[in-house]
Ligand binder design. Sequence first.
Ligand code: SF4
Length: 362
Amino acid sequence: MKFIDEYRDAHAARQFSEGLHRITTKPWTIMEVCGGQTHSIVKFGIDELLPPAITLVHGPGCPVCVTPLEKIEKAIEIAATPNVLFCSFGDMLRVPGASRDLLAVKAEGGDVRIVYSPLDALKLAMDNPEREVVFFAVGFETTAPANAMAVYQAAQKDVRNFSLLVSHVLVPPAMEAILSFPEHRVQGFLAAGHVCAVMGYWEYEPIAARYHVPIVVTGFEPVDILQGIYMCIRQLEEGRAEVENQYARSVNKAGNQPAQKLIREVFRVVPRQWRGIGEIPQSGLGLEEKYARFDAETRFGVAHHTADEPAECISGLILQGIKKPFECPAFGGRCTPERPMGATMVSSEGACAAYYHYRRKS
Ligand code: SF4
């Protein structure tokens, strides 16, 4: 299949693997930011093709995993409210809250629906004017344009029974936060190709310069990831710290300008809680003042709810690249995809779920 086969080509993969063995002279630790990349690395055994001196650690780029517990609790409370039609992407339904998840609300009679686009939720609001329709707007810069479009269209059409529970997060502030942790061990990044398809990669250049880390914009197929790692290691070995673009078939430096304009129209940058990590300044998106009437937290009076993480779950350390899933005492025993304790076991992009599915113990 075009655009798949050439990026899963065994000969090309072997060439990058051999190249890495040739150029690597000392230990290096690289973080892939995106959960989709983590999944590919574990699924295809990419880390097993690397020289032993290269360590891959898994970053916070799974939106389901980093949505804070208190936001899940708010979603559950809103979804259980009479007359609410609560819409979400499917993988949020099984994320455990403090006592239950959205699927349990649905089982108890709540009207919780899986949609594939926020525009589907907006249509439901227009078709059901007597109901309150809420969309759970999670994700990185990749999902922000569609969510912004839903709010923009709701405002244009004066749809008053539609709102968003917003939990958007931004990648560059998270990378800076990770580099600021005293225990961090990240020496280079693979940046998420799909985020950069929207935002470009101009935001990463000050980070590479300030922290002296190479950042390689990378795709998601095995050859993409091996090439991204090769480009990153080559920079490290040569003492360079630049932003390079492995994913040039989809990404340019400026990104998708109309999408960025729409994001700026509807959202503003705000501080945001990250599950397992805590608050990162200026790391999220909230609704702009002129769209504040679409904010579900205000509409349903849940803005000040808080919740505590289960003490045993070390997903925060995993998302910072400090620990691996198999180092968690609950991994594969008390915590499995069927009975997840933390968000990194729920989503297919979560590091714990990826290690569990592919039976990885190292
Ligand atoms: S295995 Fe479960 S409890 Fe342990 S870090 Fe992963 S999600 Fe948390």
